[in-house]
Design a protein around this ligand. Structure first.
Ligand SMILES: Cc1ncc(COP(=O)(O)O)c(C=O)c1O
Length: 355
């Protein structure tokens, strides 16, 4: 009735392409938030078997889950709280992205630390002031200085270049304070694709691994990356209605003439944005608009006079080939972006894997 189809071979292919692009730098595949909705265990296992350099997650719990699932490769997590169990992290060989003195000073001997410096995003990461203190602590400690990293704002080319400059200064400062980090990493997908001078020793790619564009106004070159997620459902009801028929809650759509409405069992519980009226879905090779409010379990499509039958496949989004809508187009219909669309997809729809 509804299915999230994930092509793991496509994910591996995307990873290999990113590896080529990074020309010599390590490539971390970011699998946080259930691998951006693609299924963390399945994606991580496929990448681990294929020899991925690093996996990246936000929480320590996600990292521990990966280890419990038998993942052997390097794992870095970077949203930490002083309450996290760092003894367990060290025993599981999980590397820690540290942004505060509170966390740094509480780490047990032998912890592998990636210091995060805020070069301008204004989120996590040491401020310039605390960064010096963190370096001094690290230089005197029995912690491993595994990495120095930062994250770009992508606000503009100029802003990213200014962050690059600060990142380079932070590296010089670290060396002056006697801390020689093994890996320096700055680029996520956007800078991996656009700024080779930002690749350093490793790049951290999330959205690009799943074949989606990090740029809101620019699709990725399909020769380089391909979307790995396709979301489909089958029509469960078809009805001919007269002109003037109100559709779904609040009657935000009223038919202008006699027409055929079809019901698709995929609602906001599955991650279909409630406001995605006018997103176009593909049925029998043609695009038709979603009409009226998306409900919890279902939405309606106006197919005009097309002969659509119960059971016909509806492509909610796919890889954009053969007229398929994309996660990007679904994002646009709801004032959002492909990242949010794929990460929220789920609910009662099972993920079905192809390798
Ligand atoms: C620190 C860090 N690195 C890398 C990424 C991956 O970003 P992207 O999906 O744009 O490649 C994220 C995602 O939010 C992140 O927080």
């Amino acid at each position: 009735m509804r299915e999230i189809q994930i092509d793991l071979a496509v994910i591996l292919k995307n990873y290999r392409k990113l590896k080529e692009l990074a020309s010599g730098s390590l490539v971390m595949a970011v699998v946080k938030a259930n691998a951006y909705g693609h299924g963390m265990h399945e994606v991580a296992e496929a990448l681990d078997d294929a020899g991925v350099d690093y996996l990246g997650v936000a929480d320590l719990n996600e990292a521990l889950e990966l280890r419990m699932a038998g993942i052997k490769t390097n794992i870095l997590c970077w949203i930490l709280s002083p309450e996290d169990d760092f003894e367990l992290a060290v025993s599981q060989n999980i590397e820690l992205g540290v942004s505060s003195l509170e966390v740094l000073e509480g780490l047990p001997e032998g912890a592998k630390v990636h210091l995060k410096v805020d070069t301008g995003l204004g989120r996590n990461g040491f401020t310039q002031g605390d960064f010096g203190k963190a370096l001094e602590f690290l230089a005197e400690s029995k912690l491993y200085p595994e990495g120095l990293f930062s994250h770009l704002s992508n606000a503009s080319e100029g802003d990213d270049l200014a962050q690059l400059e600060l990142f380079e200064k932070a590296n010089v400062m670290a060396l002056q304070k006697g801390v020689n980090f093994k890996l320096r990493h700055l680029a996520a997908s956007a800078a991996t694709l656009k700024h080779p001078q930002m690749h350093f020793d490793m790049v951290r790619c999330g959205i690009a691994v799943y074949g989606l564009s990090p740029f809101e106004d620019e699709p990725v070159d399909p020769g380089l990356l391909q979307p790995a997620m396709r979301v489909v459902a089958n029509v469960v009801n078809v009805k001919r209605v007269p002109k003037g028929q109100g559709v779904s809650y609040g009657y935000r759509y009223v038919t202008k003439m006699e027409t055929t409405l079809v019901l698709v069992p995929f609602g906001y519980a599955e991650g279909m944005p409630r406001i995605s009226e006018n997103h176009e879905v593909l049925i029998q090779g043609k695009l038709y608009p979603v009409v009226g409010r998306v409900a919890m379990d279902q939405f309606i499509v106006d197919v005009s006079d097309a002969k659509i039958r119960i059971g016909d496949e509806v492509v909610i989004f796919g890889d954009g080939q053969k007229g398929e809508p994309t996660a990007q187009s679904l994002g646009e219909s709801s004032g959002s972006i492909n990242y949010e669309v794929v990460t929220r997809i789920g609910g009662r729809a099972p993920r079905v894997y192809k390798i």
